[in-house]
Write a new protein. Structure first.
Lengths: 310, 330
């Protein structure tokens, strides 16, 4: 069913020509795809499978980040199984939406979601962080060409996505059918480069740009509001002329509403501040900043994670 | 004698030789590249006029992005535009780009293998009165150390134009180093230019010494070579306009012929042209080398020529270095 809807999006694209107006119509059709109760259930099931994969990857790799990947599993599932216009069998399809992961360290969720969406075999996930793997510790587009960019050093994803959207507007105008998405962490917003990009996007009124902030309130050294307060976070973005939506990042209906709103806004870029629970899905690890950058290591931790995601 | 095959400016050693800022050649090259290739876009960090991007902006406003004073954004937005098939040229002063945005250039441009062209204007100590904060004398080292990065340091405005046009045609991340001051025009439209191909500008049979120069200081190297040849010394001068990839063959050949090398650059001697030449010769054909450049210190305000002399990059310094290196020959 999920594969079918992905296929449907691709089929819809076959009716599309390079004509910008047609693309706009196509996009409108895609934007109207309803999130049915049945689809929500499927997304929930898929998100759980992805969380299981994340945990198994981390256990196998014996290093990597746990909190962010687990808490962004719902958003990534929504993106790859509902929102993104993409074709896993043709990753370089010109008319695809562009998705940039700025917080490269949460790549286990990116890899797991892409594998479940059909980009590469799920078995390959076990190679995470091993010598010669395509699944580098932080994403590298040369090793895994279906990525839009490489990331790891924080704070540069928004600007790259801004550049992509500006380049597309030069070619296709303001009615381009493509959406440009970027996921960032919240601690990552300490980086000044972000705000340079946010300022430019506001100036350029990039209506087809949407940033999703993983607002899990933790970073390596502690809680974000202790390390470097971000609040009032929504007001900061508003001051830079962005449309701001704050949501429960684990509720698919909420997520769907926010993405719909972001697509509908025409005169400014949108940010979805997704309030998430760090390490969501494994209660023993939830909300703790200690889980930012380590994998389940002890037998007890491995058991807790596997039990919780059964 | 001057190499006739290069069709250099016949008035090169004339006191009234025409002088043009190197950055002006970049502006002309960018405009021409943009006229022939729609993929060329320009991004600037609030220095459109002084980096000579203005003509491009006026002719192609839809392909020009004003980034504001934000060099990290300059590099990363360009990377995103390159991801969509554009060939972005980004300009600021070299001190700020690639000075301030080094990691963004490394990760989002070089590691990502995006064909972004970084034009760093006002490079070198000859920026003068602005003082040490604005004198980029570490930029060659910063860019040379990054895998994949091509590093071009043209000697005059005409070469800068050719370098810009050549860079626009490659898929490589590229740094083009530009100077602010008026510089004697040494080459002509007919002078060949190929990225990575060094030029023998002044040639002697069985030279006593080989001078290897980059950027505007090539002119001083030529003047010293001319003086030395009048004194009966045999000198060959090599113009290394491309510091990476380095034309190792030409450098090794010159070392073989001369058995003594002087390198000249308006840059720290650590990690720049001198470093590159020393790495090459240490591995392939060790000979004595004298290094002309800034020696592990910062600059200060002053007139360009007085600064060049103060920091040991004047003609008399080059002349003295030649004498020293010849004495070191075995």
């Amino acid at each position: 069913m999920i594969e079918n809807s992905s296929q449907r999006r691709h089929n819809a694209s076959l009716f599309c020509t390079q004509n910008a107006a047609n693309q706009a119509i196509e996009n409108a059709i895609l934007g109207q795809m309803p999130l049915t109760e049945e689809k929500v259930k499927l997304l929930e099931t898929k998100a759980k499978e992805i969380r299981r994969s994340i945990i198994e990857m981390l256990i196998e790799a014996k290093s990597g980040h746990t909190a962010g990947p687990l808490d962004m599993a719902d958003i990534f599932t929504y993106l790859y199984f509902h929102a993104l216009k993409h074709d896993p069998k043709n990753p370089s399809w010109e008319y695809r939406d562009r998705f940039v992961l700025s917080s490269g360290h949460i790549c286990p969720v990116l890899y797991a979601t892409m594998a479940h969406a059909g980009y590469f075999p799920v078995e390959e996930l076990k190679t995470l962080r091993k010598f010669g793997t395509r699944l580098q510790g932080h994403p590298h587009r040369e090793w895994l060409p279906m990525l839009e960019t490489s990331s790891g050093p924080l704070g540069s994803g928004i600007s790259q996505t801004v550049g992509m959207a500006i380049a597309d507007r030069i070619d296709n105008g303001r009615t381009s059918g493509k959406q440009f998405y970027c996921v960032t962490g919240d601690g990552e917003l300490d980086e000044g480069n972000n705000w340079e990009g946010i300022m430019l996007a506001g100036k350029e009124k990039l209506q087809n740009l949407t940033v999703i902030v993983d607002r899990n309130n933790i970073q390596i050294d502690g809680f974000t509001e202790d390390i470097m307060p971000l609040n009032p976070l929504g007001d900061k973005w508003r001051a830079f002329n962005w449309h701001v939506v704050e949501i429960d990042g684990h509720n698919f209906r909420d997520i769907d509403r926010a993405f719909g709103e972001a697509r509908a806004v025409f005169d400014r870029p949108s940010v979805i501040i997704a309030n998430t629970i760090a390490s969501k899905g494994v209660p023993a690890f939830e909300r703790m900043f200690e889980w930012h950058g380590k994998p389940p290591g002890t037998e007890e931790e491995i058991k807790q994670a596997r039990e919780a995601l059964k | 004698m001057l190499n006739p095959h290069l069709k250099l400016n016949p008035k090169l050693l004339d006191p009234a030789v025409e002088q043009v800022p190197i950055r002006k050649g970049f502006g002309e090259g960018l405009l021409q590249a943009a006229e022939t290739d729609k993929r060329v876009v320009g991004l600037c960090a609030d220095l459109t006029e002084s980096t000579h991007m203005l003509a491009f902006k006026q002719k192609f406003p839809e392909r020009f992005i004003e980034i504001g004073v934000a060099e990290q954004n300059l590099a990363t937005v360009a990377s995103g535009m390159a991801a969509m098939g554009k060939i972005p040229f980004i300009t600021s002063y070299a001190m700020f780009s690639p000075g301030r945005n080094w990691e963004q250039i490394r990760t989002t441009i070089a590691y990502n293998d995006r064909p972004v062209k970084i034009a760093g204007s006002h490079a070198g100590i000859s920026v003068g009165p602005d003082g040490g904060t604005h004198q980029a004398i570490e930029d060659i080292a910063l860019m040379r150390v990054i895998p994949r990065m091509v590093v071009i340091s043209p000697c005059d405005a005409i070469q800068a134009k050719k370098a810009t046009l050549a860079a626009a045609k490659t898929d490589d991340p590229t740094y083009i180093r530009l100077a602010r001051e008026k510089t004697p025009v040494m080459t002509t439209e007919e002078t060949p230019f190929e990225i990575g191909k060094a030029q023998i500008v002044f040639k002697s049979e069985k030279p006593d010494v080989g001078i290897i120069a980059t950027g505007a200081l090539l002119f001083k190297a030529l003047k010293v070579a001319h003086k030395l040849s009048e004194e009966g010394k045999k000198v060959t001068v090599l113009n290394i306009h491309t510091i990476k990839p380095l034309d190792e063959e030409a450098i090794i050949k010159l070392a073989h012929e001369s058995r003594a090398i002087v390198t000249i650059e308006e840059h720290q001697i650590i990690g720049g042209l001198g470093g590159a030449v020393a790495e090459c010769l240490a591995a392939h054909f060790p000979v004595p080398i004298e290094f002309i450049g800034v020696k592990n210190e910062f600059g200060q305000s002053g007139k360009p020529d007085e600064l060049l002399e103060h920091y040991g990059m004047g003609e008399k310094d080059i002349y003295a270095a030649v004498q020293r290196v010849v004495l070191r020959k075995k």
